[in-house]
Ligand binder design. Sequence first.
Ligand code: ZN
Length: 280
Amino acid sequence: MKIFISLNRKKYSAMMDIIDFHAHIYPDKIAEKASHSVGEFYSIPMNKIGSVDTLLKSGGEAGVGMFVVQSVATVSRQVQSINDFIHAACQEHPDRLIGFGTIHPGLENPVDEIERCVKLGLHGIKIHPDVQRFHMDDPSMYPIYEAIESRLPILIHCGDYRYDFSHPRRLAHILDDFPKLEVIGAHFGGWSLWDLAMEYLLDRSCWLDTSSSFAFLGKVRSKEIIRAYGADRLLFGDDFPMWDHKTEVETLLSLDLTDDEYEKIFSGNAKRLLRMTPNP
Ligand SMILES: [Zn+2]
């Protein structure tokens, strides 16, 4: 077990022990277009292109050693090819990339595709109810949750003031109905609805990632939210290519958390969740 004594902030980045739990990648051919359309969806200019090479470079410069990579199928016919792409990317970079598959309730047999994801060696599933346009607690999703409960974790985009598909109260419904489902609520459980998310999720059993939040929350509120949820359930995430890894890592380091909190958020929790190390 690593012990962090008087953590030297700069040294921490050099340790290459940071896991980014929320990174989007696209095949080279469409990376520019896909990144651009995500930027348009959120009205946030995308400075980077979501290719594997730029991801490794952006993360590498900030000391991020591994990335949970994902891509969202906006329509059901894209699901298989996206999962094949994620699988191939992970085969090419087995020491750096951890693949999460995509799924869509519009698939004729979504459970078959879940089985295929398991066979491909993907480590989890990612859904984005706002982009995919379904309520995350819709009954059509329940066979999918049933199929992955106790098998694969699911990363769910949560929160958007413009839509109701990914509202944190819907995540609370899922947690009620699938107590053994390992859920990661992205963006502290509610992008643009951070305070509301706390009302629904503070005492619940789910993981939360830190992605796409610091720039909106500011340092003081970010730290308050981290302390309220507690470091034991938080995972560092960047939401590449939306944000620069260096800025996100540096912002988190500037919050003056304890060494123990940093160790958990940057990598310890991710390893525990992904069963990368035996539980201490
Ligand atoms: Zn995402």
